[in-house]
Design a protein around this ligand. Sequence first.
Ligand SMILES: [Ca+2]
Ligand SMILES: [Ca+2]
Length: 275
Amino acid sequence: MIRKLTLSVLAIPVVLCTEARAFPPAPHHEVYGTVRDESGNPLTGEATVRIVGSSGTILGGPVAWTVTPGVNYSLKIPMDAGTQSQLYQSTAMRPAMPFTAEVIIGGVSYLPIEVQGGTLNIGVPGERTRLDLTLGVDSDGDGLPDAWEQEIIDSMDGVDSLADVTPEGDSDADGVSNLSEYIAGTYAFDGRVKFDLAIIDVREGLAHMRFLAVRGRTYTLRASTDLEKFTSTAFSVNADGSDAASVHLAGQTRYRDVYVPVEDIQSKHFRLHVE
Ligand SMILES: [Ca+2]
Ligand SMILES: [Ca+2]
C-alpha cells in the first residue's frame, strides 16, 4: 500500500510538467539602448520606455541614469518557443512580431524618431537588440531632430535649411561629423569645441589627459601600443591615479582630467569613446 501511494505522488509532478511543456516559454529577448531628448542629451530618469507588441504585449521599464555604460533603459520581452499555434501566454512574442516603442514622460506618450512611420520587429529568444530612441520631430528623416538641426541653422551663415545639415556633414569643419557631435553633445556649429582627447603631460608613470565631458554621456578609454589592437583601459579622475575605473559617467559638463598609468614603453596611443 505504501509503495503504491509513493508512486501516485510521484506521478503528479510528471503530469504537471507535461502540461507546462505544451506551451513552453523561450528565453526572453532584451531590447536596450539610449533614449535621448531632441537636443541629444540622454534622459536621466522620470521617463518610461514602453513596448507595445502586436500580440498584446505591454511592457514598461524606467529610464535610468545608466544601466550599463551608454545604456539608460533595458526591457526583457517574454518570448514564446513557437511550438504551438497558441502563445504560452497572451502577452508573449515570437521572432519577427511587430512592436512599437514609446517613451512616456509626465503621463504623455511620445513616439521616438526611430519608430515614426516604421515597423520594428522583435528578434530571437535569448538575444539582445540595441534600439536607441530619439525624441522630437525629424522632418527630413535623417535621424537628427529638427530642434538640434535648427541650432546650427540659427548659429551659422550659409546654413539655411534642414537639408543643409546632414548626419555625415561637418557644418563647423572641425573634422567631426554632425552625427558624432550630436552623440558626443558638442556644438556642431562651433569648431572650437569638439570631441577630442588632449595629452597634457606624462609624469611619474602617469599620462595626464583631458577631454570635454558632457553631462549624461559615458566615456571609456582604449589603449594601444601598435595603433592596431586597442584594449579597454582603466583611468582615474584623481591626479595620483587612485580609484581607477573603466568608465566615466559625466554628472556635469566640464573639462575632465584623467590619469592613466603608463609602463616603460616608447609610445602608447589612446582612443576616447563616448556613448
Ligand atoms: Ca532631421
Ligand atoms: Ca563638426
